[in-house]
Design a binder for this molecule. Sequence first.
Ligand SMILES: C[S@@+](CC[C@H](N)C(=O)[O-])C[C@H]1O[C@@H](n2cnc3c(N)ncnc32)[C@H](O)[C@@H]1O
Length: 210
Amino acid sequence: MEHQRKVYQRWAPIYDRVYRGLLRDSHRTVAKLAAEAGHDILEVGVGTGLMLPYYPKQCRVTGVDLSEHMIAEARKKVARDGLDHVVALHVMNAHRLEFADRSFDAVCLPFVVTLIPDPERALDECARVLRLGGEIIIASKLGDGRGIQGVIEEAVAPLVHKVGWSSAFRISRISEWAERRGNFEVADIRRTFPNGFFKVMRLKHRPASV
Ligand SMILES: C[S@@+](CC[C@H](N)C(=O)[O-])C[C@H]1O[C@@H](n2cnc3c(N)ncnc32)[C@H](O)[C@@H]1O
């Protein structure tokens, strides 16, 4: 976690210039899907707030991030661009979300789930703060471990880790989490720019039938 904080302290001033274009398609897709699930939205790992302008204005968005330096950039963006739909930004660890149960209609994790030391624990937290029938929406480089791409992803993983990314995270890790819980279904997996390199995954909460 300390490693992540240090890496993103260095990234904070230049992150937008490097990633805005590369992540735009995924960001737009996630924000649109979240807004379709409802207006109260939590964004985990909000970073510099690159995705914040893409939520429709009627949303009420709360963002959290481990890095105070990334959050500081997000705060500047919200003030500068008048993003009034952003209601709060907090420094917070995805492992322990300081919100009451069933607070949000959608919880988004754009380009963060693969970086969290215990992603299942973070997903449990997302599930806890989600309302009945809500959605968890994840965007990341999610591989299936197959073929030459799987071999390359494993090989470059230590290198990629140094710059605060992850390459070897398997999509099955998330679907297995959903299966184990029994009350989430994988509703959709979309391939996004560039050429399906990133994926957006929608997990829908299935309330227990009475
Ligand atoms: C690759 S950046 C993505 C930022 C933003 N979501 C985006 O798509 O542009 C990853 C972000 O996740 C944050 N992060 C890493 N581990 C975290 C954790 N355990 N809890 C909350 N945020 C975390 C980092 O500080 C960083 O801002």
